[in-house]
Design a protein around this ligand. Structure first.
Ligand SMILES: [Zn+2]
Length: 450
């Protein structure tokens, strides 16, 4: 989003060099015109001290988010808060790059929760967001900006969460969880969507800010469209929940694998996968959840605000008209202490046969997701939404689909755990693969459409 304070121009550089040598006071005593002298002094002094290049923080890239940065060069410590405009959702997402790292050194990241609020009574952010949302037990880091690892467990001390990070590189990216950006979604969809195995890279729509919303459509073989099950998979209606996009990617990878069950699903269904719904907030490093006027997952009404919702509803409606809106999956990440679980519309609000069919789908999915390695903690007890959960409960996507699609439609929200040792790209993709397998297990029991 922005370069950290104190880093712009030569003065910042000198400040850091001096600070690194314990001469913090000098940096403040020189005016702008004398910067070059300080730069020279700094370079000379710095040159004599290997392994202590000034640490620099930046977040001016897709998905980047950080603010209130303070770099303490002596102790190689970065203090920060998540960035994000609270008007555009919960400010719990953070993602930035650190340069000037010396090989083998141990950095200290000190995180405080965002203090940003929306000064409007009744808004969820009229008070700062609870710190647990922004403080994973283990943060994510990458040495190349694409392969993500987890730090050791952080240490909580009052308002601070501290992560130690040993890095053998000159730069490191750090984040709340493994990032998944619109560019990454587009590259993935294009890479797998070259019409191999019936996969087609396409676009759901353009966002309100003009960004492409990548979508993968998979249907293989000669079976005509009306004889195919309709399967809809969407992630990231809440921008900060990056893990859900990795689940969508794992779903896609399994679907396009050479397994016989995957081939069956490709040949008997039309599968639509949208790895990122709220591309604008993901791209700009905003949280998305509870954005104003409301977030994507409170937008499923007769008059949606967001273009992604409008476009998704159009496809869901057309599948419904053809009687083949079979499985609708909305992917999220839950609260910090939650395991993986399904969020569902109250059972008594569902038509038949959807009640029994949904129970069966949940049973199959729980069996798949909770088994195998990596281990994914999952609760076999879904949580339920309805009038007593949220005033806009009708406008939650899976609820809207449950009420507005076919009587046999299974529409569920899957919340995937984000705060455990398997909450990484491998674990999330495993959840996606197991979920895709569950869709196949479920549909193979359904009458083939003729
Ligand atoms: Zn969510």
């Amino acid at each position: 989003m922005a370069v950290a304070e104190g880093e712009e121009g030569g003065k910042g550089l000198v400040w850091f060099v001096m600070n690194g040598l314990g001469m913090r006071f000098l940096g403040n005593t020189f005016g702008r015109g004398q910067n070059w002298i300080l730069i020279l002094m700094g370079a000379l002094l710095f040159g004599g001290r290997a392994g202590a290049a000034p640490l620099r923080v930046s977040s001016d890239f897709e998905g980047g988010s950080v603010r209130n940065v303070s770099v303490i060069q002596e102790s190689r410590t970065v203090e920060f808060m998540p960035g994000g405009d609270p008007v555009r959702g919960w400010p719990c997402w953070w993602y930035f790059k650190l340069e000037g790292v010396s090989s083998g050194e141990v950095l200290t990241l000190r995180l405080r929760a965002s203090d940003a609020t929306v000064p409007e009574a009744g808004r969820s952010l009229s008070k700062p967001l609870a710190s647990s949302w922004s403080m994973p037990n283990q943060a994510a880091y990458s040495l190349d900006g694409s392969t993500w690892f987890q730090t050791e467990k952080g240490v909580r001390d009052g308002k601070w969460m501290t992560y130690a990070l040993a890095v053998d590189a000159s730069a490191v990216w750090v984040a709340w969880g493994p990032p998944y950006t619109p560019r990454g979604a587009s590259e993935f969809v294009k890479a797998v969507g070259s019409e191999q195995r019936g996969a087609l890279a396409t676009e759901l729509c353009r966002s309100r800010e003009g960004r492409s919303v990548p979508m993968l459509k998979v249907q293989q073989g000669a079976r005509s469209a009306e004889k195919r099950f309709g399967v809809w998979v969407q992630a990231r209606q809440h921008a900060w929940e990056s893990g859900s996009s990795w689940v969508a990617q794992g779903f896609s990878e399994w679907l396009l694998s050479d397994r016989a069950e995957a081939q069956w699903l490709r040949e008997h269904a039309a599968v639509f996968i949208v790895p990122i719904m709220d591309v604008d907030n993901v791209a700009t490093g905003n949280g998305g959840k509870d954005a104003i006027p409301h977030d994507h997952n409170r937008d499923w009404s007769d008059a949606p605000h967001w273009r992604e919702t409008i476009a998704a509803q159009r496809i869901v409606r057309s599948l419904t008209e053809e009687g083949r809106m079979d499985v609708f999956l909305d992917l999220h990440n839950p609260g910090a202490g939650d395991p993986t679980f399904f969020y569902l519309l109250n059972r008594d609000m569902l038509p038949e046969p959807a009640r029994g069919l949904r129970d069966r789908f949940i049973e199959l999915s729980y069996g798949r997701i909770s088994q195998g390695q990596p281990f994914i903690p999952m609760s076999n007890r879904p949580k339920f939404t309805g009038p007593d959960y949220h005033p806009l409960w009708r406008q939650i996507s899976a609820n809207w689909v449950s009420v507005n699609a076919n009587a046999h439609t299974v529409a569920v929200c899957l919340e995937t755990i984000w705060n455990c040792p398997s909450s990484n790209t491998e674990g999330y993709r495993a959840v996606g693969a197991r979920l895709a397998q569950s869709v196949r297990d479920y549909l193979v029991e359904r009458p083939v459409r003729e």
